[in-house]
Design a protein around this ligand. Sequence first.
Ligand SMILES: *Cc1c(COP(=O)(O)O)cnc(C)c1O
Length: 367
Amino acid sequence: MNTVPFLDLGRLHEKIREPLNEAYHRVMDSAWYCLGPELEAFESEFANYSDVKFCVGVGNGLEALSLLLKVYGIGPGDEVIVPSNTFIATWLAVSGCGAKPVPVEPDVSTHNISPDLISAAITERTKAIIPVHLYGMTADMDLINGIAKKHNILVIEDAAQSQGARYKNRRAGSLGDAAATSFYPGKNLGALGDGGAILTNDEEVANKARKLRNYGSVVKYEHELAGVNSRLDEMQAAFLRVKLSVLDEWNQSRRDVADFYSRRLDKASVIVPNVPNYAEPVWHLYVIRSNERNKLMAYLKNRGVETVVHYPKPPHFQRCYKKFEDLNLPIAENLAKEVISLPIFPGMKSEEINTIINAVRSFQDEK
Ligand SMILES: *Cc1c(COP(=O)(O)O)cnc(C)c1O
């Protein structure tokens, strides 16, 4: 039986083996591995790509979020609005700085935070909203920014899953006061290890983040702030420059796969993603819904199709967040029971896509 992998990074990297090797040798031979020319070049290229003035490379996506909260002075006694339906890192950044994550439910048709429900969650302690562009599709940012402006609170985008996505022709990462992104290998723009970045048009925010990531220092052994060590290293920056050069092409390849799925999957048996007019997604994940999700997943597995659930348990049901377990967040809880992510990555073969579509169809037929 032919199997279809959920994601095949080896196959992806094979296509850019030469430039990746060249990047490796360039850094190796330079004998300079932290805070150097590759990072500076990548920061400038990625800022330019994202339509913002500044990019600050850091250790990973969680630290990009945490450092931004620190830059804005958010901490104990403060509240930050987060989606109830997200990867746990969004919440961990908030609780990690001592502030309280205040979850807001998603719009079930987009899986993203529902702007209609945000105002009711705002109190005099609310300092920021962190919308997540889940699965590679932007949240409804004009509405979110409007609410934030009215209440004088910050908007920090969690753009970890949305490199290259657009909202009304503007890039994800340029849509709020600042953004955090992740270069974890499986993301649309992934390193060959960990990495992350902060994006912003605010020079003060960028400068402070630049200090914080490097022991609170820009001049060696002069420490203005009690910072951390969270730097995007030269090797990863060099790899990311290669991968940024093919990002648009690879996102288009994901879009082609998504279009094919959306046209061919049987809408009577599964719910396919809905794309609002404002959004141009980059399909980090292709997530469908089924009221027999677990059966469908097992059925696909028997036919060699690997699938994953993003995410099987919302943050408030995680053991580390026992204090939130009594929260009533039925939309996130139900989505967690219904969602299933089909394989999607650049360079999938048409036989693979057909295998998946036929398997989902025959599941319905065999019932
Ligand atoms: C991956 C991810 C993060 C965290 O990024 P890391 O680099 O793994 O720390 C944060 N938020 C979302 C939505 C993510 O998908």
